[in-house]
Design a protein. Structure first.
Length: 364
């Protein structure tokens, strides 16, 4: 009996604690959260959650700035795309600049250099390539640059001889320089020839020619000028000068073939001859060159110089040459050429001089 009475208080205490816990939980957990439903006679109605309490606006940092009542952003919200009145005049901002999007502003160079191409394009930027660095040429350097750039030059040398009944030796050397652009062609040509037999000079002569030809605008017509000097120890003059100019027409002009005809006027003078006065003369010329293959080239030129007062008094100069490349690395070529110089009034000398040669050319 005593043991039974001692257990009852403990059992009642546990039962009371359990009832109290359930009651507290029932008060702290709303019925709509616990999932309990009310029977309405025909079904169960789930309880609805209580309505949310109205939010009370909290003071913002803008309210603490003390902006005037008419300033944008002084109300409940701040529009970052608007500025207070008068700010655009004070800072020199036009309405168009204020309305333009921020992405249209140019990125700094450091940002463009560090950003990838896709990032820059997505940001609305147009990245331009930096301009190529131009070489600055001073005025006193221009003549040297002009003389050393754009030229194709070659030196030529030929030597032949024989021994036996007569000992002969012939030497020919020359230099040719040419500058060709889309607008003009400038060419300088010099050659010298000497021959001897049994230690006696039998031939010695030389020529120098300067030719300038310039296209007229974008047409096939051109203006040309020619200056020439010639000396020959076995003719009646010491030095012959000729100066001519006129108009030319290019029938073909490209990197492979050139064909041009010319006509004009000028004068010539034979210094040291019985008549050393300037003689007016006309000039008619044909010049052509053709690249046969990548290694072979054919060239030809004919110039006819008749006197104005008598076309039977004339000079005719014909040049024909064939060149072939011998070595790509050393720029050596072989030239076989023939030249004919005809003078209708040689004043006691032969009218016709015919030359043929085999020359080794070095291009530089």
């Amino acid at each position: 009996m005593n043991r039974t009475h001692s257990i009852k208080p403990i059992v009642f205490a546990l039962a009371g604690w359990l009832v109290l816990s359930v009651g507290v939980q029932a008060q702290t957990v709303p019925s709509w959260q616990s999932g309990q439903a009310m029977f309405n006679g025909s079904g169960y109605d789930l309880p609805k959650p209580p309505a949310a309490a109205p939010s009370i606006p909290q003071p913002t940092a803008v309210d603490s700035m003390g902006l005037p009542d008419d300033a944008p952003g002084s109300g409940s919200s701040l529009n970052l795309n608007e500025l207070p009145s008068g700010w655009n005049e004070e800072f020199g901002l036009s309405p168009a600049q204020l309305e333009s999007p921020i992405l249209d502003a140019p990125l700094p160079d450091s940002a463009i250099e560090s950003a990838s191409y896709s990032d820059v394009v997505s940001a609305g930027q147009v990245v331009e390539s930096p301009p190529l660095e131009e070489e600055v040429v001073s005025w006193y350097q221009r003549p040297w640059v002009w003389m050393t750039n754009g030229w194709t030059n070659h030196a030529e040398f030929g030597l032949d001889g024989s021994s036996g009944n007569s000992d002969t030796l012939a030497l020919q050397t020359g230099l040719e320089m040419k500058r060709k652009t889309d607008k003009y062609t400038l060419a300088l040509d010099f050659d010298y020839r000497q021959a001897s037999a049994n230690d006696v000079t039998t031939e010695e002569n030389g020529r120098f020619n300067l030719d300038y030809d310039r296209l007229i605008n974008d047409s096939n017509w051109s203006l040309f000028g020619k200056f020439g000097m010639e000396f020959d120890e076995f003719k009646s003059f010491d030095l012959r000068l000729n100066l001519n100019g006129g108009v030319g027409y290019y029938w073909i002009r490209n990197d492979k073939t050139n064909f041009v005809t010319r006509f004009g006027a000028g004068a010539s003078k034979e210094i040291g001859s019985p008549d050393d006065s300037w003689i007016p003369e006309a000039v008619f010329g044909i010049e052509a060159d053709h690249q046969l293959t990548s290694r072979q080239k054919l060239k030809g030129k004919v110039d006819f110089f008749p006197a104005f007062d008598d076309f039977n008094d004339f000079r005719l100069v014909t040049d024909l040459a064939w060149e072939t490349l011998l070595s790509d690395s050393d720029n050596f070529s072989l030239r076989l050429s023939v030249t004919d110089r005809y003078d209708s009034t040689p004043q006691g000398a032969l009218k016709n001089d015919f030359y043929y040669s085999a020359l080794l050319l070095y291009k530089f």
